[in-house]
Write a protein that binds this ligand. Structure first.
Ligand code: S3P
Length: 436
């Protein structure tokens, strides 16, 4: 699909975004290994989470689709050996979290994915799962998928995360459910804590003391989960509004877990105004209504632990930095190079095509703000890059055409319609096949 987005003076509107991707994956996986049916309202029906469902079905789990979500019929911690390799598609979360569960199963399973996923490093989960007693082989070379996992008897370990990664933390904690003895993960940089919250909601004994998270092997009890809107999806529209003076956008019923709202702090450091109202609890996750108002933006610095807290939002933050006053320096974000694409490179190349002044660095980039001309860019098979460049179209002097934009369906079905609603439909035109 080619998506063409024209410049607009301001963005206005109030809407909801689809369910949180991270929470949807976790709800389906925990439901699959719990006892009894788990009803998940607002489950994100998008490429990545559908990959999780497909893998769980191949592991013998019955999943019903309902008008507003799914019901996962868990029959306890033991799954069925799959007849064929499990396909995680484009989804790193599916592969890494499922590897944690497979490590505790008494059978051999292969986990594969698309070309992008097969180029992403898996040594970060292979190492701790092997230390727990699983045999995990990277069939795509030293550290790349497909993975062959021969699960079995596991022992609890204490593991200090070498990279700030919620996926690695979650893989180890999920394997910990099957281990003998407690498993502790030490994280020096706080990462999203949805696994911990949801494990607790499913009746698991888990506690955090300082930087140490300890899980005690437990059997999970099914429950109902309502998934909040995905703040990382909302971020594209909120950031666009922040960069257009006079704009105001409100997103209702969106997750405001403090491990996910770092980008609102970055917007504030750039001069945008935001407020959160209507705070409530939804299945153990904080939700609220987020409003962002556009003002003249200044460049900023994003580094240290703040960089990891906005890792999924850096693509759109880089775009608005390109139209802000002054320089933005992003450091400590080397993880961006091993996401769905090498996001440092795809961003730098695309932003330059659009007229930005960008210098790539090994762990980030320097963006000297000014104007974006517009032009034609490639999504590079990366949903967040496609949406970030679509936002560039709203803020440039001329239209931006994003090719390969069907990849947006990996995380944000309905993005084009939401963009049309807040920018005015003439501003946005999609051509060609919609789904990835
Ligand atoms: C995710 C964790 C993050 C994030 C990804 C989703 C998760 O990845 O970038 O979009 O659901 O746990 P890392 O664990 O690689 O940082």
């Amino acid at each position: 699909m080619e998506l063409t987005v024209n410049p607009v003076d301001r963005l206005q509107g109030r809407f909801c975004v689809p369910g949180d991707k991270s929470i949807s994956h976790r709800a389906a996986m925990l439901g699959a290994i719990a006892n009894g049916p788990t009803t998940i309202h607002g489950f994100l029906r998008a490429g990545d989470c559908l990959s999780t469902l497909q893998c769980l079905r191949a592991l013998g789990v019955t999943i019903e689709e309902t008008p507003d979500g799914i019901v996962v019929h868990g029959s306890g911690p033991r799954l069925r050996a799959p007849a064929a390799p499990l396909d995680a598609g484009n989804s790193g979360t599916t592969m890494r979290l499922l590897a944690g569960i497979l490590a505790g199963q008494p059978f051999v399973a292969d986990l594969t994915g698309d070309a992008s996923l097969r180029s992403r490093p898996m040594d970060r989960i292979i190492e701790p799962l092997a230390r727990m007693g699983a045999q995990v082989h990277a069939l795509g070379g030293e550290r790349f998928p497909p993975l062959r996992i021969a699960g079995g008897k596991l022992r609890g370990i204490t593991y200090t995360l070498p990279v700030a990664s919620a996926q690695v933390k979650s893989a180890v904690l999920l394997a910990g459910l099957y281990a003998e003895g407690d498993t502790t993960v030490v994280e020096h940089v706080v990462t999203r804590d949805h696994t911990e919250r949801m494990l607790e909601g499913f009746g698991c004994r888990i506690q955090r003391v300082g930087s140490r998270i300890t899980v005690t092997p437990s059997t999970l009890s099914s429950r109902n989960v309502t998934v909040p809107g995905d703040i990382s999806s909302a971020a594209f529209l909120l950031a666009a509004a922040a960069a257009r003076q006079g704009s105001s956008i409100t997103v209702d019923d969106v997750g405001i877990n403090p491990t996910r709202t770092g980008f609102l702090d970055v917007l504030a450091s750039m001069g945008a105004g935001s407020e959160i109202g209507g705070r409530a609890d939804r299945s153990g996750e904080p939700i609220g209504t987020v409003t962002v108002r556009g003002l003249r933006l200044q460049g900023t610095r994003i580094g240290g632990s703040a960089a990891s807290s906005v890792i999924d939002e850096i693509p759109v933050l880089a775009v608005i930095a390109a139209v802000a006053d002054g320089e933005t320096v992003i450091t400590d974000a080397a993880e961006l190079r091993v996401k769905e694409s090498d996001r440092i490179k795809t961003l730098a190349v695309g932003l330059r095509v659009l007229g930005a002044d960008v210098t790539e660095r090994p762990d980030g980039m320097v963006i000297r703000g000014g104007r974006l001309r517009g032009g034609r860019v490639e999504a590079g098979g990366d949903h967040r890059i496609a949406m970030a460049f679509a936002v560039a179209g709203l803020l440039a002097q001329g239209p931006v055409t994003v090719s390969g934009a069907e990849t947006i369906d990996v995380s944000f079905p309905g993005f084009v319609e939401t963009l049309q609603a807040v920018a005015g439909s003439p501003a946005v035109a999609a051509l060609g096949k919609r789904s990835a």
